[in-house]
Design a protein around this ligand. Structure first.
Ligand code: HAM
Length: 411
């Protein structure tokens, strides 16, 4: 019979990888809690309208990539990202009444119907932060600091922060008009996606990956518009303030005027953190400010800023550094004594296994060296004297100690 395989663009996270995932999740809890953030878990599916209105109906995510289905005449969508869901929950639970800032963090699966490739999946996981209620650039700086410190805590240092300001709707409108005017003569030479973006979302022209389009946008008259400082005085002050904080905090960053992000809700600050050790899908983190989204989704006017990171990409950078082994494995021909000792250790919080099939002593020792850091050998002599021989399976050093002492060795 044909076997049923995992779906294209999805992956099992296997037991051998789990310690890396626990490490990412535990560090997220530890680091984000230090900044006063609280965890939130929202449903994996939401009303389709939430994403159409929240993420924006001119984006690739909403137009091409959503897993949408009907149930009881309702259109539902598996979340392609979690900012919209967290905002929905913020509004619905009246969190604007809480003392600002309200800092929420999350982790979990997201779904985008994209062409799978290395670092790009159809079901992937994000860990992210959304901070509500503060319009000052101190908040943008703190959010970037949280991202950088989380990545440091994961042992990831070879990363670069890219920053841009998209201005506010007013100054951005002027920029869009100028950009369209200078690109218009080349309209027929652009890819079909860019031709559609030209009217609907001209900022997205800037992050087109098609070579022919990139060549056109590199033309001097177009570059002059792209590189111009189009943002208004208020937005410029906000951006300068953010840069000042980042400089003082010794966070290295570069300004990337082409950084526009693929979601419609951003204004002012946008940022990405990229790795040199991933292929073309090299962004581990993306985020920015979205001051209009809460109001657009029916809430009180509340400024907000946040980010999300792709956990599969983080996991591939962290690699197999984590030690996945059980702490101890009891080796004994007396399975009753073995189960008792294993249980005593577990009661002390130490992970411990023993042979459930009563194999020969040497086979048990072989098994121990595959799955554990230490073998706890209980031969006849040890049982009589209430002792145990502790063998370090990395160095082969061993010593015989009392059972009480053995427990303390690992705690
Ligand atoms: P995003 O840039 O779409 O932003 O996604 C954030 C991160 O999720 C990316 O940098 C990448 O690491 C990972 N990611 C995205 N798509 C995939 C995929 N198909 N496969 C694997 N990893 C992927 C957002 O989602 C915004 N909600 C971030 C945000 C939060 N902005 C403000 N608050």
């Amino acid at each position: 019979m044909a076997i049923i395989k995992v779906q294209k663009g999805t992956k099992d996270i296997l037991p051998s990888e789990m310690s890396v995932w626990h490490f990412m999740e535990e560090k997220a809890n530890e680091i984000f809690t230090k900044y006063g953030a609280k965890e939130i878990r929202t449903p994996i599916f939401e009303a389709t309208e939430l994403f159409a209105r929240g993420v924006g109906d001119t984006t690739d995510i909403v137009n091409k990539e959503m897993y949408t289905f009907e149930k009881s005449e309702r259109s539902l969508t598996l979340r392609p990202e979690n900012t919209a869901g967290v905002v929905r929950s913020f509004i619905e639970n009246g969190m604007h009444r809480l003392s600002a800032p309200v800092k929420l963090w999350y982790k979990g699966p997201m779904f985008r119907y994209e062409r799978p490739q290395a670092g790009r999946q159809r079901q992937f996981h994000q860990v992210g932060i959304e901070v509500f209620g503060i319009k000052q650039a101190t908040c943008d700086a703190e959010v970037i600091l949280m991202a950088v410190n989380y990545l440091k805590a994961l042992g990831l240092n070879d990363l670069s922060v890219e920053l841009n300001s998209l201005g506010c709707p007013t100054c951005r409108e002027e920029f869009k008009t100028k950009l369209k005017a200078v690109i218009k003569p080349y309209l027929n030479d652009l890819c079909p996606d860019c031709q559609a973006r030209f009217e609907k979302n001209p900022l997205r022209l800037l992050d087109c990956k098609v070579e022919e389009c990139k060549e056109i946008y590199a033309k001097p008259e177009i570059q002059e518009v792209i590189q111009s400082d189009f943002i208004c005085e208020d937005c410029a002050n906000h951006f300068n303030e953010l840069k000042k904080y980042l400089n003082e905090l010794n966070i290295n960053y570069s300004i990337n005027k082409l950084l526009v992000r693929g979601l419609d809700y951003y204004n002012r600050t946008v940022f990405e953190i990229k790795s040199n050790n991933l292929g073309s899908q090299n962004a581990v983190c993306g985020g920015g400010r979205y001051d209009s989204l809460i109001k657009n989704l029916g809430g009180e006017d509340t400024p907000a800023v946040g980010f999300a990171m792709g956990m599969e990409r983080l996991a591939s950078l962290i690699g197999e550094k984590q030690d996945n082994r059980t702490t101890a494995f009891v080796v004994s021909n007396d399975s009753l004594e073995a189960i008792k000792l294993a249980e005593e250790l577990r009661q002390e919080g130490i992970s411990c296994e023993f042979d459930l099939t009563n194999k020969k002593f040497t086979k048990q020792l072989e098994k121990a060296s595959k799955v554990a850091k230490y073998a706890l050998i209980l031969g006849e002599d040890e049982i009589k004297s209430n002792q145990v021989t502790v063998k370090n399976l990395d160095t082969s050093e061993q010593k015989t100690v009392s059972r009480e002492f053995a427990k303390n060795l690992f705690s």
